[in-house]
Design a protein around this ligand. Sequence first.
Ligand SMILES: [Cu+2]
Length: 164
Amino acid sequence: MPLHNRSHNRWHNRFFTLLLACASLSAQAQVSAQDPWVRATVAQQKATGAFMQLTSTQDMRLVQVQSPVAGLAEVHEMTLQGDIMKMRAIGELALPAHRSVVLRPGSYHIMLLDLKQPLSAGDSVPLTLHFEGQGGQRQTLQLQAPVRALGAAPASAGHGGQHH
Ligand SMILES: [Cu+2]
C-alpha cells in the first residue's frame, strides 16, 4: 500500500514540524516587567492604577490583565486633549520588540476597577498579565506589585471618578 504509507509519513512529518514550531515560539516569547507598583487608595475609592515597565524580545501585545483585588482590570491610555487629561480603555497594548513601554501615571496604565478592598502602602497586589504574539504565541506573567502611597507620584486628574 504505497499510497497509504506516503500519506501517513507526510502526516507524521507535519505533526513534528508543528511541535517544533510551537516549542521554539514559546521559548522566544519573552516579556519581562520591571518595577511594578500599584497606587494606594483612600477609603471608598473603587479604582486605582497599576504601573510598570514592559520589555519584550519580540513583537507582543498585552491583551488581558487579571487581579484578585479587582473585579475588572483594563489597559488604559491617558492623553492630553486641550487642557484636559482623558483616559480611555484600549483593547490591547503593543509591545514592539526590544523597546521598553512604560506604564506610568498620566500615560498608559493598568486600571484596577471594582476594588474589593482598600490598598495601603506596603501591601502587595498580585497581577496576571496575558500577552499574545504575531503568530498567536502566548505568554503569561505573574507579578507581585507593591502598593505605594498616593503621593508617591504626581496625581493624575480624573482617576477613580470617571468610572462610576
Ligand atoms: Cu485609567
